[in-house]
Design a protein around this ligand. Structure first.
Ligand SMILES: [Zn+2]
Length: 434
């Protein structure tokens, strides 16, 4: 078994507890001294840094919300002195201000280490060529995997997103064995490869990939693995904490190994905010254990997931993050029923007559929510015979109704008609918000 940092990735539960506790105690002192918003929150709760003695005291600490970051825009949450900050990243918000995060050189080194651990899980080593097709910029995807590849001693190819024909040329000419991008973009690349007659294993030498920045399903994973003949790993990150590499799948795909010697995860009930036991679904909350630029205590990510502490055959001993079901912000409430886009994707991909290209339209007509799902027919199922298409449509409508517990209008469209995405896919139009 290959590891990037065997000592850290396979340490015993006791060693991990001691390390996490020492780091948390230090972090709480540091944030109290250096981040006014935390000092004010803790003073209001009559909580002193000395009240935090181990990771078991984590629940005493205040939560941090995205609104805390926006309220202190742009630099009010920074803990490090300006001379020690070396990079800023930011994520776009649906409304208003960006969420900004500042990193010191040590923060970037830790992040690169976590990205390198992830690349090894996807099958990379120091001889690898890593094709980075995430966007480079304020978004963390491109630079995150880039520095991870270099930390590993592999060769990073900073292609960035877009220009699909050039991506195919570079994949063929350089023979990259590892690719990093969004799951929706790799599906698009696969489609273009197939059109160009490029064969996986022959013209395309990819063996593995880290795919993230979007919630995606097991069905989508199988589709990517089958069509590209690779190991497709789910990778998790968020710019407020660190970009990709906070957690990643190993080859056993038992859940994403969470790099909890640096970032500590909890799952809390979305309503009561009480911590939930392993296995239960709720909101993912993360505390940074050694960040200097902008440490965060109990940051509410809005991502819905669960944690698993059962052993993994790979020997890594971190807690595992089970696949993200979706962002609580993305959850659709249709006629009172909660529906995650990932549930819709899951139903669609089980049906071989359609392809993983879809769009969800939500509207309200006569005070009643309407849900329409546009999905592409596969080239094999595409037919001029109305009766054939109608049979596929009614079968899919029945599968959808039982899969998401609410009826949806299914609209089948010709192959290639739904817009392809080069970054994060935009799959929902909710006209009720207008
Ligand atoms: Zn594992």
């Amino acid at each position: 078994m290959q590891y990037f940092n065997k000592e850290r990735e396979t340490m015993s539960a006791d060693e991990r507890f001691v390390l996490q506790s020492e780091k948390l105690v230090k972090t709480v002192k540091y944030v109290y001294e250096r981040q006014k918003p935390y000092r004010e929150k803790m003073d209001a709760m009559k909580l002193k840094p000395s009240d935090i003695k181990s990771i078991k005291d984590l629940y005493k600490l205040p939560f941090t919300l995205k609104s805390d970051l926006r309220g202190n825009y742009p630099f009010g949450m920074m803990a490090a002195d300006r001379k020690d900050l070396v990079r800023l990243h930011a994520s776009s918000a649906t409304t208003g201000k960006l969420t900004v995060a500042g990193y010191t050189q040590k923060d970037l080194d830790v992040w690169a280490e976590c990205a390198a651990r992830s690349l090894v899980m996807a099958g990379a080593d120091e001889n690898s060529i890593v094709h980075v097709a995430y966007g480079y910029g304020l978004f963390t995807g491109g630079l995150g995997m880039h520095y991870g590849a270099e930390k590993l001693g592999a060769i990073a190819v900073p292609v960035s997103a877009g220009n699909t024909q050039r991506q195919l040329q570079l994949l063929t000419d350089f023979g990259a064995d590892i690719i990093c991008c969004t799951p929706s973009y790799v599906i698009y690349l696969i489609e273009e490869m197939e059109k160009a007659g490029l064969k996986p294993g022959k013209d395309i030498k990819l063996k593995g990939g880290c795919f993230g920045a979007e919630a995606w399903t097991e069905e989508m994973r199988s589709e990517i693995e089958r069509r590209l003949g690779i190991r497709a790993c789910d990778i998790y990150g968020l710019s407020e904490i660190a970009g990709p590499g906070v957690a990643c799948d190993c080859e056993y795909k038992t859940g994403m190994h969470f790099q909890d010697d640096h970032y500590y995860p909890e799952i809390v009930d979305t309503e009561t905010l009480e911590p939930l036991p392993y296995g239960e679904h709720g909101e993912l909350v993360i505390t940074t254990l050694d960040k200097e630029g902008m440490p965060l205590l109990r940051y509410r990510t809005r991502d819905i997931a669960s944690l698993d502490n059962t052993p993994c055959p790979c020997g890594r001993t971190t807690v595992k993050l089970k696949k993200i079901t979706g962002r609580s912000d993305d959850m659709l409430i249709i006629r009172g029923v909660n529906v995650f886009p990932s549930q819709i994707e899951s139903v669609l991909l089980k049906n071989p007559s359609v392809q993983p290209h879809y769009h969800i339209n939500v509207d309200r007509v006569n005070n009643l929510d309407t849900l329409e799902i546009l999905v592409e027919l596969s080239p094999e199922a595409f037919s001029d015979k109305v009766a054939d298409v109608e049979a596929i449509r009614s079968k899919l409508a029945a599968e959808m109704a039982s899969g998401i517990s609410v009826s949806a209008k299914i609209t089948l469209v010709s192959p290639g008609t739904i817009e392809r995405s080069e970054g994060k896919a935009k799959r929902i139009t909710d006209l009720r918000k207008k």
